[in-house]
Ligand binder design. Structure first.
Ligand SMILES: [Zn+2]
Length: 128
């Protein structure tokens, strides 16, 4: 079975924002190359600006998320990291982490963060 590497959610969002910045710069550069056709240049510039504005929004969002994240010390590399949701991965060593004792030792799965899964888990427990 393929070993999936989960990266920390904050890191994922951060790299997404970085890609947006580069995409924006690239779009504007392409616009500059096509300056002979005015509307194409304007179009690429607008797209570039939108992309950069979006990345700013995403960066702002990361800031908001970071304040909600729970700071912990990673048990496997002993570095401080932040967790989002019930399961997340360490920012430094990609070690899957969980805040839930019930999920300890289980295979790391993004589904543990979903509301649907939690609801089903509750249903199962009340049926016992
Ligand atoms: Zn770690």
């Amino acid at each position: 079975m393929a070993q999936l590497v989960y990266s920390s959610k904050i890191n994922k969002i951060r790299s997404f924002a970085l890609i947006l910045v580069f995409a924006g710069i690239l779009l504007m550069y392409v616009g500059l190359l096509l300056k002979k056709v005015e509307w194409v240049m304007v179009l690429f510039f607008i797209l570039g600006v939108i992309s950069i504005v979006l990345s700013t929004v995403v960066y702002f969002w990361i800031g908001m998320l970071s304040t909600k994240a729970i700071p912990i010390v990673c048990p496997s590399c002993n570095k401080p990291t932040k967790m989002l949701g019930r399961v997340d991965a360490c920012m430094h060593c990609k070690q899957p982490l969980t805040l839930d004792k019930e999920l300890e030792g289980k295979e790391f799965d993004e589904k543990y963060n979903s509301r649907k899964y939690r609801r089903e888990l509750k249903k199962k427990q009340s049926n016992k």
